[in-house]
Design a protein around this ligand. Structure first.
Ligand SMILES: *[C@@H]1O[C@H](CO)[C@@H](O)[C@H](O)[C@H]1NC(C)=O
Ligand SMILES: *[C@@H]1O[C@H](CO)[C@@H](O)[C@H](O)[C@H]1NC(C)=O
Length: 206
């Protein structure tokens, strides 16, 4: 009796813990106000990111889709704060290809221009929208999504907030065709031939 009950209680505890882990969505909580490098005398500068100033001095929009990030990697003070930002610039006709942020949902704000956006849920249902300047759109955590500036005359500019200091990026084209996954595996997966896979891969090789 006794050992089997202990086992039951233990396994319940383990399962409970696993559920807790999966339901707590964001970055882990920290036990200090903030995380600063050991032995440094920090001041307000540590909590300031000036990397977006380049946007004000930029004379012409970038020629291709461009992202300027303020995540933990660029802005260490975000460590443990569960937030980050990205500024997205879309020249006419440019796309941010289908991708996933494994660790965060994304709240996108269209500051200038318009954007076609969409995400696909886990039932393979596509949700799309045509966003105008001033609109916000939420991309749920971990789902495949994209943004496209279909306007042939106007540049588009958006700001995205993430619910993680390090949202992570899995770009589908890059993950599938710019790694060394075997051509046969990809051909079988996409129900095509190796030659087609090699053509797709070629666009990623220098
Ligand atoms: C704040 O810290 C930075 C980096 O350590 C230093 O360059 C700067 O002089 C400090 N500012 C003040 C007002 O102490
Ligand atoms: C392909 O992967 C390499 C190595 O990770 C990267 O430097 C390069 O930018 C990628 N190419 C494209 C077109 O994304």
């Amino acid at each position: 009796m006794y050992p089997s009950n202990t086992f039951k209680i233990l396994s319940l505890m383990i399962h409970g813990f696993a559920i807790m882990q999966t339901t707590m969505g964001g970055d882990p909580d920290i036990l200090t106000d903030f995380i600063a490098p050991e032995g440094t005398n920090i001041n307000g500068s540590f909590f300031t990111f000036t990397g977006m100033r380049v946007l004000l001095t930029q004379e012409t929009p970038p020629p291709t889709f461009h992202v300027l990030k303020a995540s933990r990697a660029e802005f260490p003070a975000l460590d443990g704060q569960s937030v980050s930002y990205a500024v997205l610039e879309f020249p006419t006709g440019s796309v941010n290809p289908p991708h996933v942020h494994p660790r965060a949902s994304e709240l996108l704000f269209v500051v200038q221009g318009s954007l076609q956006v969409g995400f696909v849920d886990t039932n393979n249902k596509l949700f799309t929208q045509s966003l105008q300047t001033g609109d916000l759109f939420i991309f749920p955590k971990g789902l495949v999504h994209f943004q496209f500036n279909s306007d042939s005359k106007n540049y588009a500019f958006a700001i995205s907030a993430f619910g993680s200091a390090s949202a992570g990026l899995v770009s589908l084209p890059n993950t599938l065709f710019n790694t060394t996954i075997d051509d046969n595996i990809l051909a079988l997966s996409f129900k095509t031939d190796v030659a087609t896979i090699q053509t797709l891969k070629k666009a990623f090789s220098p």
